[in-house]
Design a protein around this ligand. Structure first.
Ligand code: MF3
Ligand code: CO
Length: 246
């Protein structure tokens, strides 16, 4: 079921989105060679609690940490650990924040220090792909138009579009209807003003193929090449959209 949010719900989600954004800034401040992904997780966890919110991902379907940190060939759902960040790493940070029962979901990818032009382009183009997808959003469009835009942009830039994982509605659960794929589908489902969705392209430098690690969470690229992930939670309006996670 796709829900239309009331004004009260939208206010709560705006707050959840704002704290999500501030948590991203806090983690980014500490993202340097030598820090472990667990230390970054704990910084986010404390910051979220200090702002009267809770981390949406902790214990979600058994997920064992507060945020997801996916490095290099890890696409999404990397579990924070003793792994130390190194110069040149491509680090995707995915954060969920819940305020008074309402969630927000947002991801960013950073390059630590310097990398190659190829990898810098991967990260910049994945961010651009997110904004390409968002650009068509308004009341009445088909949801498939978002993915169509993202897919065309990715293909034009020679990047693989991950297909097994998709964007989604957001509300009292971090994952709600509808699905928001990052590629064209024949679905006729339309967006309506008052819906809140997360758009989240995951683009690979190499092929789109991925696999799941033995930890049953971490998703990695088959070819071992890096992947990038950007995500915003947005409110659909009559004339466009409002990003809640910035
Ligand atoms: N942001 C992630 C997504 O929408 C949600 C992670 S759920 C977790 O795919 F369980 F892995 F935390
Ligand atoms: Co999401």
């Amino acid at each position: 079921m796709i829900t239309i949010k009331s004004n009260r719900e939208i206010e709560l989600m705006k707050h959840a989105g704002h704290i999500n954004y501030l948590t991203h800034l806090e983690v980014k401040k500490h993202l340097k060679p030598g820090i472990t992904t667990k230390e970054l997780n704990d910084i986010a966890h404390k910051f979220i609690l200090a702002n009267d919110c809770t981390p949406s991902f902790l214990n979600y379907e058994g997920y064992p940490a507060s945020i997801c940190i996916s490095v290099n060939d890890e696409v999404v759902h990397g579990i924070p650990s003793k792994r130390k960040i190194k110069d040149g790493d491509v680090v995707s940070i995915d954060i969920g924040v819940c305020y008074k029962g309402y969630h927000s979901d947002s991801a960013n990818t950073y390059i630590v220090g310097k990398s190659t032009k190829e990898i810098t382009d991967l990260v910049e183009n994945t961010k651009k792909a997110l904004y390409e997808g968002l650009s068509v959003i308004k009341d009445g469009i088909k949801i498939s138009e978002i993915g169509d835009k993202i897919e065309k942009f990715a293909i034009a830039n020679n990047l693989g579009v991950v297909r097994e994982l998709v964007g989604h509605g957001v509300g009292t659960s971090v994952h709600e209807d509808p699905d928001v794929p990052n590629y064209y589908t024949k679905s006729q489902t339309k967006l309506r003003s008052g819906m809140v969705i997360a758009v989240e392209p995951m683009l690979n430098l190499g092929t789109e193929d991925i696999y799941m690690e033995d930890d049953e969470w971490t998703i990695k690229t088959d070819d071992g090449l890096p992947s990038a992930h950007f995500e915003h939670t947005v409110l659909v309006t009559d004339t466009g959209y409002v990003i809640l996670t910035e």
